[in-house]
Ligand binder design. Sequence first.
Ligand code: KIV
Length: 255
Amino acid sequence: MIKVTLPKLKGRKGTEKISMVTCYDATFARLVEKAEIDSILVGDSLGMVIKGEENTLNVSIEEVAHHVSAVKRGAQNPFLIADMPFGSYQDSVENGVKNAVKLVKAGAEAVKIEGGSEVCPLISKLVSFGIPVVAHVGLTPQYVNKFGGFAKRGKSEEERGFIMDSAIAVEKAGADMIVLEGIPEALAAEITGNVKIPTIGIGAGTETDGQVLVIYDLLGMNADFNPSFLKKYLNLDSLVTSALKEYRKDVVSGK
Ligand code: KIV
């Protein structure tokens, strides 16, 4: 696989769709690279799928950096993005820069930040220092306590206007790409047409410049997690359980 860079990804807007998955360890990263996926996101979803927590709020910058360096050892060619976790940038732009630098030193090539106008000063500062930024609007899981859960956003005209304004604001501040999560397909299409940077959708229909999924979700590692937007490409939940049962049987029988 040839190294994927940010200019290459940005140059693909409107011509070739961008594939992205989340990944948290070197073993999966090696397979993601073998599959020639364009980009890896070390998401703060690690709080839920790795640590088993209810939401993403209790993830630290050190934990994200730890997983970024593992992923980097497994794959060097996909473009590597790391999430800025909750609490790592809210108090000041200075602290946000300091924490983004930690992720870059761990191997990230860009950082992802949830929010709209409230994160624009940080986005501008980071891009001025050569740290690319992926913005994230719509269903922003770090705002779970405000929204009262992980339901889709953009149901009212007012909310759709807010999400559109947020997308335009983060582009203006210098963001290089935008993740659009959990919003109506028509709104995602409109945003994609209104901004010059690539949009990456999750639960936002097919009209974006690319797609991202949590790797464990697309591999079907949790039979009980079935959101309407998710296509499972494997059913690893039952495959792994059967393999482990067979192993256990062999151990018990002394085989
Ligand atoms: O943390 C994450 O994995 C994400 C993606 C779902 C976009 O933010």
